[in-house]
Design a protein around this ligand. Structure first.
Ligand code: NAD
Length: 486
């Protein structure tokens, strides 16, 4: 069992203000796998004070981006040396299959750290513009003290997506991981400490929603970078709006995979399925609505049912397992509730729908495919966050498929599968969503913008946009004849 009795505040391991603790439960065994202090408001106050001091008077914002990036490179290299143990730790925290997790939960975060390390030397932090009335220096400066708040489903990935650009920008950060997954965050704190991050720059304080909200409201925080549910995002956005605090939100999704009538299923499904039931279905970008032309509907259902029924469900640490347990008992209750709702609404379970045989411990749900789904049903409109797919027929060609895809309050990801990429590109352009896959198995490229339309969020992470989220722009009008060194 991995335990910590101290919090990482201002770069030091300090005694928490309260004796409260968080138990991390392994969703495969239902046993306690770790314990960390449960931060309270006083811990947050202390962390924000450290971050404020380090931002206002410390060396970090005054170092060059390249100097700051050297720390990220060290952390990335250290993580590369512990890919497998880190993936196993995350699987133990939240049930992600380790076969997927090694790449997506750990290698991908190192790619994000490396990307932003590299961007530090090429990004134009200072630019001299030929303005209308003379030369203007546009300086991009760190936004200040950042509150970074993350969910449990891809914990290290989201940590990297926030910490890497925030730190390269010169911000100081109070990072609040989700209470389900504090252990990987605490390990990350150790790696930053070993990499020589100056004191005060980073705090890692695990806590629940109320303490998270105290962090969001804290007057010492300049910017909130939040990833999580749309419900929480709306609340956080409202608080930040009231305080005119900068914020960016990465929220939920209900993405549609559109199969066009010329699709070659033998090519498309092996790329689509891992993106539909990704991370046990606990992925914001999961392609959970599968839109099939009516005259190929049965063929699509048969192929999906065959592929899904072969998926191996079991212990997240078993490298041959494709679907692990859900993060918590309450999450299994939620997913099973949606399976009941789908049946009550008139959809039919074509495969799955129950708990897997032989797995008496652990919060498992069978990968499930619903057929005869209408897009107005709750199982097609609401984010289930489990291994549950809805196959929806469409008539009337590509426009009808696009209309169904767009009939959603979300707009995070999506995909189109076709024998004609030109036609697919037309569909991709018409769907109102932030990220799209055209006959491609890749949902996110870390060098390009990622984020949501509509209720899937505000702002774009990754690429240079992800760095801009942590920068303020200042225009300095220059006197004639003066050229600053930039
Ligand atoms: P959640 O919103 O319940 O919690 C996310 C984090 O926010 C946790 O750390 C939680 O403690 C904290 N939190 C919750 N309410 C808060 C509040 N009022 N003030 C401050 N902090 C608060 O979400 P979850 O169940 O942990 O994660 C699943 C959700 O995250 C899904 O909706 C999923 O789609 C979304 N998600 C989105 C992305 C993306 O990039 N768009 C990525 C991963 C997950």
């Amino acid at each position: 069992m991995k335990s910590y009795d101290r919090l990482f505040i201002g770069g030091e391991w300090v005694s928490p203000a309260s004796a409260a603790t968080i138990d991390v439960i392994n969703p495969t065994t239902e046993e306690v796998a770790g314990r960390v202090p449960d931060a309270v408001d006083a811990d947050i106050d202390r962390a924000v004070a450290c971050a404020r001091e380090a931002f206002d008077a410390g060396p970090w914002p005054r170092m060059t981006p390249v100097e700051r990036a050297a720390i990220l490179t060290k952390v990335s290299d250290a993580l590369k040396g512990e890919l497998q143990p880190m993936a196993e730790l995350i699987s133990t925290e939240m049930g992600s299959p380790v076969s997927w997790g090694t790449m997506a939960q750990v290698l991908a975060p190192t790619m994000i750290l490396d990307y932003y390390s590299g961007l530090a030397s090429t990004f134009a932090f200072d630019e001299v513009h030929n303005g209308l009335m003379g030369e203007v220096l546009v300086a991009k400066e760190p936004v200040g003290v950042v509150a970074a708040i993350s969910p449990w489903n891809v914990p290290l990935f989201i940590a990297a997506a926030k910490l890497a650009p925030a730190l390269v920008a010169g911000c100081t950060v109070v990072f609040k991981p989700a209470p389900e997954t504090p252990l990987d965050a605490f390990r990350l704190a150790e790696l930053f400490e070993q990499a020589g991050l100056p004191k005060g720059v980073l705090s890692v304080v695990a806590a629940g929603r109320e303490v998270g909200e105290h962090l969001v409201r804290h007057p010492g925080v300049d910017k909130v970078s939040f990833t999580g549910s749309t419900v929480a995002g709306k609340k956080i956005g409202a608080i930040c709006g009231e305080q005119l605090k900068r914020f960016s939100l990465e929220l939920g999704g209900k993405s549609a995979a559109i199969l066009l009538d010329d699709v070659d299923l033998s090519q498309a499904l092996p790329m689509l399925l891992p993106n539909a039931i990704m991370n046990n279905g606990e992925a914001c970008i999961a392609q959970t609505r599968i839109l099939a032309p009516r005259d190929r509907y049965q063929e699509v259902v048969d192929a999906l049912v065959e592929a899904v029924s072969k998926m191996k469900v079991g212990d997240a640490l078993d490298p041959s397992v494709e679907v692990g347990p859900l993060v918590a008992e309450r999450q299994r209750d939620r997913v099973e509730g949606y399976i009941r709702v789908g049946q009550e609404e008139g959809a039919k379970v074509a495969v799955g729908g129950g708990r897997p045989a032989g797995l008496d411990k652990g919060w498992f749900v069978e990968p499930t495919v619903f057929v005869d789904v209408d897009n107005s049903m709750r199982i097609a409109q609401e984010e289930i966050f489990g291994p549950v797919l809805a196959v929806i027929p469409y008539d009337g060609g590509d426009d009808q498929a696009v209309a169904i895809a767009n009939d959603s309050s979300y707009g995070l990801c999506g995909s189109v599968w076709t024998g004609d990429p030109e036609r697919g590109l037309g569909v991709a352009r018409a769907v109102r969503t932030g990220t799209y896959m055209l006959n491609s198995p890749i949902p996110i490229d870390f060098s390009t913008p990622f984020g949501g339309y509509k209720e899937s969020g505000i702002g774009r992470e990754f690429g240079p946009d992800g760095l801009e989220l942590f920068l303020e722009k200042k225009s300095i009008n220059l006197p004639a004849g003066f050229t600053p060194s930039v």
